[in-house]
Write a protein that binds this ligand. Structure first.
Ligand code: SF4
Length: 397
């Protein structure tokens, strides 16, 4: 039985808000960061007694490298007190290039952080200005150089589908990344969500249309693969053996716990997340700290029973998905991966559902050009990845 567990810590702070951003983050002021660190440590402590070994820790955001050495040290110390942490654990920090310094890199090395995920987004200054990022290309390159002095496992984020992007630019980006020793690239299609500053007619009119975006995505995949960044998931590409162990947990239906507002968890067959409101979160954690006498070996209160004799979160702040439909989840998440889903495994999960799935798979000829079928597996083609939601829905319902 897999006894490993991933831990995600959300750091919801940024020094400014990028125009396209839809993540939960605020600009910190006063004592909010120190209050937040305390609250995060409180929430982590509620998991004491769980007999699992942490093999991945992921600080995501927001901008985690806004925190200082003491903040990280306190969180990591709490994690190590509460959980058994594997000596081989992958420990990632998402970073923004403008906040990377030689000093904090030394701190990170001291703390055992061994993977950096840097928000580069583009190797073109015009793109970065369009996105209203706080850094430019030369700062991104400098940041990679600084990170490399302490950590070789570097990932960069890249945005696909910006105005005027070309296949040549993607090729240049792959070559640059390779020359800088980058081991992993996440390439995200620009998605403009309602509620962001980008969501207005002028900006939307500048963006490539659906067909152009699809072509750009195909070019991106092609260029990444050409330079040895092998695609292993819809948006993720890695040199051999540098796939993100933490992120693979999401797609392989392995357990992980998310800490902080807006962080999602999948634990003991339940998916749940806390609402994205840091002020309610801080209040909850302060009250919980006073109210709870933690019993060793107990599950966190919000997982004990649905009756909830008491809960560390108010009901309005924690959201559950009822026990997972494992078959659907395996299909939905597994098809995001290039290796796809193993048919035998689906059959073992639910023979009846598998029968219906297989029938749809074989009878729906329209899907053939979007799928790769081997004897024992099915996966999405590159075009299929672009319409994965439609294909998954057709195969499941
Ligand atoms: S740095 Fe990242 S999380 Fe922060 S505002 Fe920009 S895109 Fe959003």
């Amino acid at each position: 039985m897999d006894n490993s567990l991933g831990l995600y810590i959300h750091i919801p702070f940024c020094t400014s808000k990028c125009d396209y951003c839809n993540f939960y983050s605020i600009m910190p002021n006063g004592r909010i960061i120190s209050d937040y660190i305390k609250a995060v440590c409180t929430e982590i402590t509620f998991y004491k007694g769980i007999n699992k070994t942490i093999d991945t820790i992921y600080f995501g955001g927001g901008t985690p490298n806004i925190l200082n050495f003491k903040d990280f040290a306190r969180i990591l110390e709490t994690i190590r007190k509460v959980f058994k942490v594997s000596s081989q654990a992958e420990i990632t920090i998402e970073m923004n290039p403008n906040l990377v310094t030689n000093e904090n890199m030394q701190d990170f090395r001291f703390l055992g952080i061994n993977r950096a995920s840097l928000g580069v987004q583009s190797f073109k200054d015009g793109d970065l200005a369009f996105l209203r990022r706080e850094h430019n290309v030369s700062e991104a390159k400098e940041a990679i150089t600084k990170i490399k002095t302490v950590c070789q496992n570097i990932s960069i984020d890249f945005i696909i589908g910006l105005p005027g992007q070309t296949a040549e630019q993607y090729e240049e980006a792959a070559i640059l990344a390779q020359n800088y020793g980058v081991k992993h690239i996440s390439g995200y299609l620009l998605k403009v969500e309602n509620g962001t500053k980008f969501y207005n007619k002028q900006t939307l009119a500048k963006l490539p249309n659906d067909e152009e975006t699809a072509n750009l995505y195909e070019c991106f995949v092609d260029k990444m693969n050409k330079y040895g960044y092998n695609q292993y998931e819809i948006s993720n590409f890695a040199k051999a053996s540098y796939e993100s162990v933490h992120n693979l947990k999401y797609w392989e239906c392995k357990e992980y716990i998310g800490i902080g507002p807006s962080a999602h968890s999948y634990f003991k067959g339940t998916r749940y997340y806390v609402s994205n409101d840091i002020y309610s979160y801080l209040k909850n954690m302060q009250q919980a700290n006073q109210r709870l006498k933690f019993k060793k070996g107990a599950l966190p209160p919000h997982l004990q029973t649905r009756e909830k004799t008491f809960s560390i979160f108010n009901d309005s702040q924690i959201y559950y998905t009822e026990p997972c439909d494992l078959f659907s989840e395996r299909v939905m998440l597994g098809l995001r991966l290039n290796k796809g889903v193993l048919l035998k495994e689906l059959q073992e999960i639910d023979g009846d559902e598998y029968g219906k799935f297989l029938e749809r798979l074989q009878s729906n000829k329209e899907l053939d050009k979007f799928l790769i079928k081997n004897n024992d597996r099915v996966s999405l083609s590159t075009r299929g990845m672009l319409i994965s939601n439609y294909i998954i829905a057709t195969l499941l319902y």
